[in-house]
Design a protein around this ligand. Structure first.
Ligand code: ADP
Ligand code: MG
Length: 702
């Protein structure tokens, strides 16, 4: 089957082209003004748009619409409503009004709110985000018109991830425009952030998946001995993609293209069974919606094809986990990328000012960035020897580092390094100009040509949080800079000094070396950079007074909204570890212990049978194996009892920071202790007797 990509691309999206074609000219114009300039939408236009949207959706086979939103669970939510409007004579019309398009009233009481809303105050509202186009979600069993929305409480507090993100985009827009005006740009109306999210995932066989309760309940393996082969041969990264996986990718791409998601790049990742997809970047909120759809679609398509897609940050101990590279830049409505250094960055004062602002923002608010990438799963990655360290630093690359150094050493920069010519030594190979800078794979925050790549983000996460933080901290620094520069008497001088002084004050955040090395951990400590090791340690950054002040100042979060998010994070952490602990207990008690005892019995029976048959035959191997198994079984049983005890204690504690820390320090540690003897047993017990598929089965049977 060959796909007509041009035909299907965006075919399920109520995009600009569709609106232009279907809406009356005047309505289209007003709609555009709302989307592009945030003009208020008049109710009449909303009615016209709703009607056309419905007609279009009906043509596509939709029967229902939903306000599609992103609560604090980090995934998406939808409640379907049919278009029907019964007429009282046994027939129905199909209707969809402007009011229904603009506002929804889902019951909010069962979504996490972190205390923002008492359960008896159930009312919540969803409000249409018309800057992200409506789309049709088509699955084998349903066709639903989805309207991207923001979700808030009766009192107007944001109960979702979308609202703060949109607010942060506005904040950055305002402040970046102020800076552009200082550089004489009088025409740009808006600055938006562009984001491209690279998504890593694993694919495993569905049959194997369904035999593992840990994967079913927690998304990661809680037991599992290392297979004889892992990723040590480096033969998976960019390797030939297996047929079955290619089949998945083909269908996956097709589904994404229909949704107007520009799925562009796909390849094998470092670990066996690990892959990556990257769409082309888009406006921040659209990229965020799209990433949610990427995750959801990957899971659905895999399931349809007898596979399971694991999005967890660390599905398997001992091999690489998954992350999400959040590529971020700022762009004007005139198409100027503010992070494009040009050929000679040392002369590009505007670029250098934005660069300096970002360095300062990242240095001053490293803890908030770290927080924004915190999930229970990401705790397994950050700081482990495969992912960016938990320490935030910025990689600039040789060319910019050189410019920065000139500023620090001489108070100005007078030259920029150029990319050299690529010479392979083979006449028939093309010669070309190399980039001025090599890549760095270990930096958590890397400049990559004309964008920054925030690489700490976890693979399960909504990218709303990291971008909300990024936009806000950069807006805050730009605001401070604009305040000072607008008051300056000699602007060129003030600009020059600001770049120089900012770079000098924040150069400690720049690190171009190997972020995985122990030396860096020591060096970062000398530099005074925070090294926040786990999610529960990261949460307090969100509610410290300086953070509250900034988020309130730029209208991104209220104090109550921030406190609620901190609470939700502690809760999420505790609940996650609790489910993991209970799953381990369940698997250990109901599967591993019985299977081991059964195998042990078969060994004993074998010994008895052999001895009965002939006293001359040596049974010492069986007996040694039995002894070995007994020792580990005993250790395991003790560890199991301990885990049950501490998990019970944790569950009885009051929700909050203390409980979160207890789960991390005590329960999580006890889980580790249970895993060790269990994994040893897996190596001692016959494969046919082990109660679930091994690591080898999971990662090499796709
Ligand atoms: P890699 O990280 O492997 O070098 P690419 O350079 O192809 O990959 O880009 C990765 C992601 O960054 C893609 O989603 C791409 O669209 C996105 N990207 C490219 N340019 C920008 C930009 N100016 N702003 C934001 N994202 C960008
Ligand atoms: Mg990348």
């Amino acid at each position: 089957m060959k796909t007509d990509v041009k035909k299907i691309f965006g075919s399920n999206v109520f995009n600009d082209a569709v609106m232009k074609e279907r809406l009356p000219k005047a309505a289209y114009k007003k709609m555009k003004a709302t989307i592009e300039a945030g003009a208020e939408l008049d109710p009449e236009v909303a009615d016209i748009v709703a009607h056309e949207m419905k007609e279009w959706a009906l043509e596509k086979g939709a029967t229902h619409f939903t306000h599609w939103f992103q609560p604090l669970t980090g995934i998406t939510a939808e409640k379907h409503d049919a278009f029907i409007d019964p007429q009282g004579d046994g027939t129905t019309l199909l209707r969809f009004s402007g009011k229904e398009l603009i506002k929804g009233e889902p019951d909010a009481s069962s979504f996490p709110s972190g205390g923002l809303r008492a359960t008896f105050e159930a009312r919540g509202y969803t409000a249409w985000d018309c800057t992200s186009p409506a789309f049709i979600k088509e699955t084998p069993h349903s066709t639903i018109l989805c309207i991207p929305t923001a979700f808030c409480s009766y009192k107007g507090e944001a109960l979702d991830k979308k609202t703060p993100l949109l607010r942060s985009m506005q904040a950055l827009d305002v402040q970046a425009i102020r800076i552009l005006r200082l550089f004489g740009n009088k025409t740009a109306k808006h600055v938006t952030t562009s984001v491209g999210a690279e998504q890593e995932y694993f694919l495993v066989d569905k049959g194997n998946f369904l035999k593992r309760k840990d994967l079913i309940f927690t998304g990661r393996t809680l037991f599992g001995a290392m297979p004889p082969k892992g990723q040590e041969m480096d033969d998976h990264y960019f390797g030939v993609i297996p047929e079955r996986v290619l089949g998945f990718m083909e269908k996956f791409n097709e589904e994404l293209w229909k949704l107007g998601i520009s799925a562009k790049t796909q390849h094998n990742e470092v670990a066996p069974a690990q892959h990556e997809i990257a769409p082309i970047y888009d406006q921040n909120n659209i990229a965020t919606d799209h990433n949610q759809l990427v995750m959801e679609t990957a899971q659905r398509v895999a399931d349809e094809l007898g596979l399971k897609c694991l999005l967890h940050e660390k599905p398997f101990a001992g091999i690489n986990g998954s992350g999400k590279h959040n590529n971020w830049s700022m762009c004007t409505d005139e198409g100027e990328n503010l992070l494009d250094p040009g050929e000679t960055p040392h002369e590009n004062m505007q670029f250098l000012l934005f660069l300096a602002a970002i360095l300062r923002a990242v240095d001053e608010h490293a803890d908030l960035l770290r927080l924004s990438a915190s999930t229970p799963g990401n705790d397994h990655r950050l700081g482990a020897n495969e992912a960016p360290p938990a320490i935030i630093s910025v990689f600039l690359g040789e060319q910019l580092e050189d410019v920065v150094e000139q500023f620090v050493d001489n108070g100005e920069a007078t030259s920029s390094l150029e990319g050299e010519e690529y010479i392979s030594g083979v006449h028939s190979l093309p010669h070309f100009q190399k980039d001025a800078t090599d890549r760095n794979r270990t930096s958590p925050f890397a400049f990559t040509g004309n964008k920054f790549e925030f690489r700490m983000v976890g693979s399960t996460q909504s990218i709303a949080d990291p971008n909300t933080v990024l936009n806000t901290i950069v807006a805050e620094v730009l605001c401070d800079m604009a305040d000072k520069l607008e008051a300056a008497e000699d602007l060129p001088m003030a600009l020059h000094d600001m770049i120089k002084d900012t770079i000098a004050a924040h150069k400690r955040i720049i690190f171009n070396g190997n972020g995985y090395s122990d030396e860096w951990v020591a060096e970062a400590e000398r530099r005074g950079l925070p090294n926040i090791k786990c999610m529960v340690d990261a949460v307090p950054a969100l509610v410290k007074p300086e953070a509250v002040e900034i988020f309130e100042k730029h209208g991104v979060y209220t104090k109550a909204e921030m406190e609620s998010r901190a609470e939700v994070m502690y809760e999420t952490y505790s609940k996650t570890i609790n489910i993991e602990a209970l799953t381990m207990i369940d698997m250990a008690k109901k599967q591993i212990v019985p299977a081991t005892i059964k195998y042990q019995t078969s060994l004993a029976e074998s010994v008895n049978a052999i001895k009965a048959a002939s006293s001359a035959v040596d049974t010492s191997v069986q007996e040694a194996l039995m002894a070995d198994i007994s020792t580990n079984l005993k250790d395991m049983y003790a560890a199991l009892a301990h885990l049950e005890e501490v998990a019970g204690k944790a569950e009885a504690m009051e929700e909050g920071a203390e409980q979160g820390h207890y789960y991390h320090d005590v329960v999580f540690a006890a889980m580790d202790e249970l895993r060790k003897p269990a994994d040893k047993l897996e190596m001692l017990v016959a494969k046919s007797a082990w109660p679930f598929p091994s690591y080898g089965d999971l990662i090499f049977e796709v």
